[in-house]
Design a protein. Sequence first.
Length: 334
Amino acid sequence: LGNGSAFRRCLHNPRRVTIISTVRGRRPHYTKVSAELEGKIFCPFCPGNEKHTPPATLVLAKSSESKYCFLREERSGEIGDWIVRVFPNKYPALIPKANSDLTYGYHEVLVETRIHNEEEYLKDPENIYFALKTLKERIKRILEDPRIKHVIVIKNKGAKAGASITHPHLQIFANTFVPPEIEEEIYGFKRYYEENGKCPLCYLISTHKELVFYTNESFASLVAYAPRVPYETYIVPLKHTFNFLSMGDVEILSLSRALSKTMLSLRRVLGDFDYNFWFHMVYDSSLKFYHWHIEVLPLTTTWGGYEKGSGVYIIDRFPESAASELRKAISSGT
Ligand SMILES: [Zn+2]
Ligand SMILES: [Zn+2]
Ligand SMILES: [Zn+2]
């Protein structure tokens, strides 16, 4: 499956199609995009600079030798020995004081770690574990607001992704409505289930092993069946569930290990690459056919007018061959 061409429709979102055409022989340029100016630029997310950000809505801190607790700040920087820190975005897209119901919401930043360097952060899954544990707690608290119908978590890394700060951080957007992309997927999962009697993601991870490049007890990482960009990757729980709020500590640790391996193997293949990723989850327990997942979109190529204007994505590499490359990157010790 290294050469040739193919047409594929995304199984859980039928409005996206991909044409794979290796004959185009385009630009072998999966190179670094993020030119880091480490150590030169002031970082407001580094320990000691908390006063440059709003007071934290949630902080994970150590309470004793082996215990952790969640706290809240009155003043910025009140909790100096934080492990993970969540606070409102300084330039929010959504605000809790909005007049209109559709602009009401929360837009927050979750600083995942005290460590400024992403690669160093990713190397120890325990760092990711603390970030995810805090993320889960913050989403639970936001959902206590009865006006909130949906929460999406995203990550922008690098200039191409629209990020100005390199320190590892996530963004949380909580809306009074379900965003269109999620509605599209809800429809896609439902339709696939009605037509085929199964979930498209359960089907992919159990049957299309050639796309899967990493698995542990609870999670699998695979290259998308119909990628929008080369190396588009999903991280999927093996257990069919619609969000991660019921995950216990053991599963959170499995997800941390999956994220660590996935991002480090992508780094090994693509260099210090720019990307967006997001958690796609739903919060309405009647949507049983929905299977939550993380989508990682490496920004190593640029979409042209055809991709943007038609929803047809042309890529020059089969996802099966990308998966095999990532599998090798993992076994060679990332
Ligand atoms: Zn920093
Ligand atoms: Zn499933
Ligand atoms: Zn999705």
